[in-house]
Design a protein around this ligand. Structure first.
Ligand code: NAP
Length: 281
């Protein structure tokens, strides 16, 4: 029952009505028996800092941050975790006991948890990250920090170079990505290529099917569809595959833990999001 003492958390973004975060977080609160509620707030570009001022005023306990605010809210936080400071990107804002707002980025750690859950330890692996946007930057930093040798390939070489520069990774021209994929152990799709557009699956993939072999681990950050062409090609060549739901669930789980101080019920959160994705509406 929602009462006057219910704690409030939520997500700010635009668009945000399609977000799966309310499903993930509210499933966790229910399972843990916490008097918490998680809502979606549609906040237009430019209003991210204002939303954080409102968070301060209203005593909102935690906010997830998504497009287009991840960079804009950095300066509105009172304190940043080292990884958020290195990325200059925040996806998690925590209202500390003294009222200060802490900015963190859980995407990279969420990615690592998903990969490790699938039995893959990136330490010492050759990794290729496709794309150089916000998700790619978090993944490159996380992989490099845990001992992987990282290469980055995006369609704009300057973007690859900038993202690689975060972690002494090596940029690779986009038209050399298939060869780079062939020689890597771990290949990550951090572009939206293969994502369903208005509900229709495109069947596109960022690497040629002939790049795959049985020793690969393929990770797609895209989770709609759950099995993209990128993952299907990899699987049909015997590679291990990790879909985008793992990272989605784990980055939210890290937020639950940070805000409530309780371990996140990952299996319950995953089941809730799977049920939502499987439902027709
Ligand atoms: P972003 O900041 O917009 O970056 C997208 C990257 O992909 C950029 O490097 C972009 O290149 C490149 N790209 C886009 N379309 C391309 C195309 N047709 N051909 C080649 N490259 C293309 O987006 P993001 O936030 O990093 O997200 C990337 C993907 O990861 C999205 O599908 C998102 O849904 C997914 N994601 C999943 C999770 C999860 O928890 N599973 C978390 C975060 C993101 P340009 O800069 O040249 O456009």
């Amino acid at each position: 029952v929602i009462s006057a003492s219910t704690r409030v958390a939520g997500i700010i973004g635009d668009p945000v009505r399609h977000s799966l975060s309310p499903v993930l977080h509210n499933a966790a609160y229910r399972e843990l028996g916490l008097d918490w509620v998680y809502l979606a707030f549609e906040v237009s570009g430019g209003d991210g800092p204002g939303a954080l001022a409102a968070m301060r005023l209203l005593g909102i306990a935690g906010l997830s941050v998504t497009m287009p605010h991840k960079n804009a809210v950095v300066a509105a936080c009172d304190v940043l975790t080292p990884r958020a400071a290195r990325l200059q990107s925040v996806n998690t804002v925590t209202r500390l006991g003294d009222g200060r707002l802490e900015g963190d980025s859980t995407d990279g750690e969420g990615f690592l948890r998903a990969v490790r859950e699938a039995g893959c330890d990136p330490d010492g692996l050759d990794a290729l990250v496709l794309g150089a946007g916000g998700a790619a930057r978090a993944v490159v930093l996380a992989l490099a920090d845990c001992g992987a040798r990282v290469r980055v390939s995006a369609r704009r070489l300057p973007a690859s170079t900038a993202t690689a520069g975060l972690a002494k990774a090596v940029p690779v021209p986009w038209d050399e990505r298939d060869d780079a994929a062939r020689s890597a152990g771990l290949v990550v799709n951090a572009t939206p290529i293969g994502m369903a557009v208005e509900g229709s699956v495109t069947g596109e993939t960022p690497v040629a099917p002939s790049s795959w072999h049985a020793d690969h681990v393929a990770v797609d950050l895209v989770y709609h569809p759950i099995e993209t062409m990128f993952l299907r090609d990899a699987r049909s060549h015997g590679a291990a595959t990790v879909n985008g739901l793992g990272m989605l669930v784990h980055q939210a789980g890290l937020q639950v833990e940070r805000w409530t101080g309780v371990g996140a019920p990952i299996a319950v959160m995953r089941a809730a999001v799977n049920a939502t994705l499987a439902s027709p509406s």
